[in-house]
Design a protein around this ligand. Sequence first.
Ligand SMILES: Cc1cc2nc3c(=O)[nH]c(=O)nc-3n(C[C@H](O)[C@H](O)[C@H](O)COP(=O)(O)O)c2cc1C
Length: 192
Amino acid sequence: MNTIENIKNRRSTKKFKSENISDEIIFELIDCGRRASFGGPPKKKCQVSEFIIITDQKIKYALALEYEDRQFIKDAPIIIACCANTKNDPEYMEWDISVSLSIENILLAANELSLGGCIITAFTKHKKHTKDREKLIKILKIPDHIYLMALITIGYRDVNEEIPEKELRDFEEIVHTDTYGRKYNESRKKSN
Ligand SMILES: Cc1cc2nc3c(=O)[nH]c(=O)nc-3n(C[C@H](O)[C@H](O)[C@H](O)COP(=O)(O)O)c2cc1C
């Protein structure tokens, strides 16, 4: 699968086979995650992404909390908690962007390795979910300088999963030229 095909056919997977994932594959996924671009010069001190690999069944159950739309994480062979080490990149403070790039790398690598995955938010910005966020942090024993960004479930896809068709906004709706609101097609016509 080439990169463009991979990006275009990746979809969130929420049903998994019980088959375990080898350590070799887990490390390959993390290796792809840690190679993502990060804010600041290409030095260790700016690499913010850190990962907690969760296989303990009790912890997986605890992380599902009471939310209906995340109960599926209990059946994932592994969950990866993706975090930012805020002591790194103290100058640029672009942890969320750097960790998000790691997350997408992991999801794309998983897709290429015939694994499925899904990102689940860690309630970073939902004020009404602050207490639930605190619960996740406590369950995972995350210290103050580590910022929990998201959980990713990874597993071999259950082929019986029905993946809903994905709607995408049209190109014309999302692409502007030079300044916001100037339609891509209009500007192309004028310059030709
Ligand atoms: C920030 C973020 C948070 C998400 N949280 C959840 C979640 O709590 N539960 C869930 O089932 N899916 C969650 N998802 C997955 C989305 O539902 C899914 O990515 C979206 O429908 C787009 O589908 P696709 O990933 O197949 O392209 C989340 C995705 C993102 C990017």
